[in-house]
Design a protein around this ligand. Structure first.
Ligand SMILES: [Fe+2]
Length: 187
């Protein structure tokens, strides 16, 4: 049996878990960089707190994999790598701290929504497979991801206005540059 080519629903569930394991591990690496780049103190603290939570999420998936007798080898997720790469682009290229904060919130929410989709699916699959205890663990992480998304929504309300009010007078040349980057697909 190759986990890369799942033939059964249960194997598909296992591949999904291994991809989620990769997602959480990639986030453990990315969140410190996002915390360091953030300027708003609440946003910075939010990334630090979510890093601790994400380490718990890794441990929970390890617990599930152990229960399913699956060796914890992450199944590489291109999606999360793309999202983290976008966040890194913002960190490297956006100079204004408030605009960067707004971009970091957007990146973080993309990740949270992706995780919510993954955990929601995995929880439902666990139910179908009659794995109620595992479904409960997945539900717990799902509710933490949802809570993080709400915290980011609150942060965005403040940060977006600040980013707009402090940079709305940019001159036409800078706006031209921004539109150029948009057209190149950099944002
Ligand atoms: Fe997570």
């Amino acid at each position: 049996m190759s986990l890369k080519s799942p033939e059964t629903f249960e194997e598909l569930f296992h591949v999904k878990l291994l991809a989620m394991y990769d997602v959480e591990q990639q986030l453990v690496s990315a969140l410190p960089k996002m915390a360091e780049a953030a300027t708003d103190p609440e946003l910075k603290q939010g990334f630090v707190s979510h890093l601790e939570e994400t380490q718990t999420h890794v441990a929970r998936i390890e617990e599930i994999l152990k229960a399913q007798e699956i060796s914890p080898m992450a199944e590489s997720s291109d999606a999360i790598r793309g999202m983290i790469s976008d966040a890194e682009w913002c960190i490297e290229n956006i100079q204004d701290p408030n605009v960067l904060d707004a971009a970091l919130i957007s990146s973080a929410q993309s990740v949270e929504h992706y995780e919510m989709a993954l955990y929601g699916t995995a929880r439902e699959w666990a139910k179908v497979l009659d794995l109620s205890e595992i479904a409960g663990i997945l539900e717990k992480t799902l509710s933490e991801e949802e809570k993080t998304d709400e915290i980011l929504n609150t942060a965005a309300t403040k940060v977006n206005k600040l980013a707009y009010s402090e940079t709305k007078d940019v001159d036409a040349t800078e706006e031209q540059g921004f539109l150029g980057r948009l057209q190149e697909g950099g944002i």
